[in-house]
Design a protein around this ligand. Structure first.
Ligand code: DAT
Ligand code: MG
Length: 147
């Protein structure tokens, strides 16, 4: 069982896609264990995207991710990190599989709707950036045995 961090980026919120993104992940079978709406400060955004510091797109990435509210979430399930990356589609929406979240809703790499952790280690770090342990809620669902 894994947990992963997912964020609906400002374009996803502004375009009214919160329910669609949550729905895609929920319908697949993953379990929502943490959820909040917030506006990122520059400091938080820099911490989140520390691995990209110095890259040509870094400044525009920070401007974009702080440009409006985001939805931060923790999701749980078997192989949740890789599974949710697959559900999101490739970073560049031009290459994202049709039917994936980015494949369905996004046109450009600079506005690709959603973030998802890329490894179990990143997931742990990113969940910790946005949630305190008591803000994460573990629970059983009647459907868990069918997944
Ligand atoms: P992902 O979000 O799929 O994990 P990433 O971690 O490589 O992708 O990059 C973080 C975000 O930065 C990505 O969602 C969009 C933006 N980005 C990445 N590569 C880019 C590029 N070559 N030009 C513009 N933006 C880019
Ligand atoms: Mg990434």
């Amino acid at each position: 069982m894994e947990r992963t961090f997912v964020m609906i980026k400002p374009d996803g919120v502004q375009r009214g896609l919160i329910a669609n993104v949550i729905g895609a992940i929920e319908e697949k079978g993953y379990k929502l264990v943490g959820l909040k709406l917030l506006q990122l400060t520059s400091d938080k955004a820099a911490e989140h995207y520390i691995e990209h510091k110095g890259k040509p797109f870094y400044d525009s990435l920070l401007a974009y991710i702080t440009s409006g509210p985001v939805v931060a979430m923790a999701w749980e399930g078997p192989d949740a990190v890789k599974g949710i990356r697959t559900l999101m589609g490739a970073t560049n929406p031009l290459e994202a599989a049709p039917g994936s979240i980015r494949g369905r809703y996004a046109l450009s790499i600079g506005k690709n709707i959603v973030h998802g952790s890329d490894s179990v280690q990143s997931a742990e770090r990113e969940i910790g950036l946005y949630f305190s342990p008591k803000e994460l809620v573990g629970y059983d669902r009647g459907t868990d045995k069918w997944l």
